[in-house]
Ligand binder design. Sequence first.
Ligand code: 7RM
Length: 649
Amino acid sequence: MSSTIASILEETRIFEPQQNQHANIGSLDEYHTLRRCFSDDFDATWRDLAREHLDWRAPFTRVLNRERAPFFSWFEDGKLNLSENCLDRHIAAGSGDRTAIIWESEAGEVRRISYVELLADVCRAANAMRELGIESGDRVVIYMPMIPEAAIAMLACTRIGAIHSVVFGAFSANALRERIEDAEAKLVITADGGGRRGGVHALKPKVDDALSGGCHCIQHVLVVRHAGNEVGKTAGRDIDWHDALKVQPDSCEALTVDSEHPLFILYTSGSTGKPKGILHSTAGYLLWARLTMQWVFDFQPETDVFWCTADVGWITGHTYSVYGPLACGGTTLMYEGVPTYPDPGRLWKICAEHGVTVFYTAPTAIRALIKAGDEWPNQHDLSNLRVLGTVGEPINPEAWMWYHNVIGKGRCPIVDTWWQTETGGHMIAPLPFATSTTPGSATLPLPGIDAAIVDEQGKLVTDSGGLLVIRQPWPSMLRGIWNDDARYVDTYWKKFNNTFYFAGDGARCDDNGFFWIMGRVDDVLNVSGHRLGTMEIESALVSHDSVAEAAVVGRPDDIKGEAICAFVVLKAAWNEALVDALRAHVAKEIGAIAKPDDIRFADSLPKTRSGKIMRRLLRDIAAGRDITSDISTLEDQSVIEKLQRSGQG
Ligand code: 7RM
């Protein structure tokens, strides 16, 4: 058990919610009433919410179809367009001049884009894509820095029914190629580069590299000029985004699609080597993005300035940097740069300058900023903040208390939100003016979400830890894994006979019914809130010429939550240069975020007699802990001592 989890379990402080008459959900009674609506009539409650919160081109006739469980469909026969719900709808309601996106670059440049301007750009981009032959259902890969064009490209896809797949800019050319090929994308939208730590992070060269090694499905590459770095141009394939858009009309008829029309694919790590293409569909995802904005962030589109620091390459960036705020007609802030540039006060300076009211970030960022010292936030006026959120990993009570006192000055509720790429939006989280909070607990399942903790047999557990499951479908649930129905069933449903969704997390429920998330129970690591598969990193390592075998585990890290520790068996003799070479190799195969923090060399890996790598044992060794696992099945007992020594010096 990590030190974070240990301190969480001893936590007893409780913070009562403040009174707020203007809150969207202003009391625990209201929360329970809404929950009761779902337990009284699940379908009718979802039906009413979907009718009220989305703009439909044609009404749906059926709320939830369970006939093909665990493949579910929601709001069948309903027709709508997502970009119309996020843009045209607010303009028609008179909010066209409201700022949709505030963007700030690392160098301090600021752009403010109104709903009217955003719609015009989305339409031009949609028209340009249509001219390039992109049709409804085609896949478009977006590989961009955090600039408004990333959001414009996403919305433009939805305008014409194309399915986007955003690939995080820090992923390598090889990782990009793998995703393009799996999705069989026709188009890549990228930029020359992005601003990072005062320099330029070049993206287009990585696209060139990815495409040179395959990706025959790609017909065109649209390139946004942004960072000003020199990039090559392949005639006939590469097209300048600005040139393509400026000749297009600023209106574009939105394609009417079915509720279940695929909206996007987002690759995420699982417990096998190959990333999974998580598939989301239109209406259900959009409904939940909007509702959770209103419930969990108490979002008030007329007055709030919402800032989610996540990159659009992650689900958090999809739902809470782009779709959630825009579905509500509010203002979202995008920052292109690192949180500590030019100094550790940067995030707080942005909050002060743009009057951010709701701020959402990851515990890892909070921990890094605590280390920098209180003088940084204290230099800035944070009085506009009213709700604070965290996501991505368990938050340790020390970080929670600092966030509460130093950033929120004791007056902002903290919403610790548990959810996943697969869930599309928040699942377990406090409502800021209704739920009492306690450091380290994500508190209660949202209305409509039937979360529970069960044992390996699927039996409810009450007073101890167990596996987190969701017992009823919800509208923003994943619809499958792209091109891999069997893996969808195997990963999420098989464990409990196709009746419960298995999240892959361990959790515990306390006497108040509050949920405490304990972390992954599978071979998925959470490094700085980024999800990485151990096998993914292992396959990257063994693809290096010198490596015979590798095992990767996590070990606790004060800042990152988890650090990556690799145990490597070499084919040939060891030499000093290998550590750097292997780290660089992993960066090339996956991306810098997957570089092992520790590499330990060994003669062999600890295995059971049936040949399974004993990961729990490796985790103890990586953390420098006493060995807690049963080693009686270990084939060769002498490897333990050698492995322990491998970390010294
Ligand atoms: C949104 C996101 C999902 C995994 C999930 C958990 C962990 C996320 C919390 C959390 C404790 C939280 N999507 N996780 N939120 N653990 N408390 N509030 O992160 O697909 O990238 O990762 O992240 O293990 O299964 S994700």
